[in-house]
Design a protein around this ligand. Sequence first.
Ligand code: GLU
Length: 449
Amino acid sequence: MPTLHPRLASVFDELVRRNPGEVEFHQAAREVLESLGPVVVTHPQYAEAEIIRRICEPERQIIFRVPWVDDSGQVQLNRGFRVEFNSALGPYKGGLRFHPSVYLGTIKFLGFEQIFKNSLSGMPIGGGKGGADFDPKGRSDAEVMRFCQSFMTELYRHIGEYTDVPAGDIGVGGRELGYLFGQYKRITNRYESGVLTGKGLTWGGSQVRTEATGYGTVYFAQEMLKARDRALEGSTAVISGSGNVAIYAAEKVYDLGGTVVAMSDSSGYIVDPTGVDIHLVKEIKERRRGRISEYTDERGSGARFIRGGSVWDVPCDLALPCATQNELSAKAAASLIGNGVLAVVEGANMPCTPDAVRAFQEAGVAFGPGKAANAGGVATSALEMQQNASRDSWNFAYTEERLHVIMRDIHERCATTAEEYGAPGNYVVGANISGFTKVADAMLAFGVI
Ligand code: GLU
């Protein structure tokens, strides 16, 4: 593990002490602190005002009981979270994750990442995240509705257009946001469109929001390849996951002339050397909420399903981890490097373990960290807020062009900052320093609050 500047080491030690057992939060914080060494030297004012220590402590953490009744009449109980991490740049902004593995450490890591991602996006939004340890898998629509209503019955008092604006994440998509928005509207008696993003197109949502995280990740990958005089056109991609991010990343890979040769879900992965049929994946995952293994039954010749195993064993030019945190280990990194991967670009939040990231960097593989590469989702959420505030709605082409420009700007910001701080081509350093300094400057301006 790289050593930390002594000032940052004491911040990290304190963070570990104050947040025991929250290993994903420790991991995310350590990565940012490792990048900030040169900033402590060039900007002593940040350390003097304890900006770094303050950034590591959420402004507010809300934990609440979520009781609901299942279809058999049985009372069920879950735990809900909203961590309002930092509001220096705007209202807290970040998604809600519904997954059985969710605990405070998950939400804190995601909320922490969100601060820098949102800053980097160039939009006026702070950082936050929420969720619950609820498992939507196997639940009926009516059960999901009752859970969402109960969740919002507590959450509504903490959020608002100018306060905190949740959206989706793993396990929270259009269906869940509909139930959540409906309950917010009913409780408050306000049609406050800007309180949630990722809304449906008929009730205040934005074009391109559904596609934005995946599309943005691939736009970012395209810029990274361009910077190395390579092209996405003609390249092969392996994408982990088959949820919202993975599906639209795949769609954009095809748009830009590449081929997706493998995708996965938690049960295994499919390989289709002639190119994964993304319409079929959409049909299985979006409409049927099925398993990726169904793909081979319907596709027939050429396609294979491998139960378990690692999708990263499939040779490719471009690897896009779009499933979940720490899904790509050092072992998987070694396999990708051995097979000659050119670039690894994170569509999910923190999918590569720290030793995997180090392996890519040491092998000279271009590496795009999630907080830069997947910022297109939240950036388009900010565009949705803009449209809601002006009671307007933009068309698809215009909105997508805005997203494209935002992703090019983020790439430029990361590349320039990395260069400025003596680490050319290191997007981790570029993203962390650039994301951090904007928040730090705003916090300095506000004094000690
Ligand atoms: N959950 C997404 C992310 O990780 C989007 C959050 C949002 O749109 O607020 O950035």
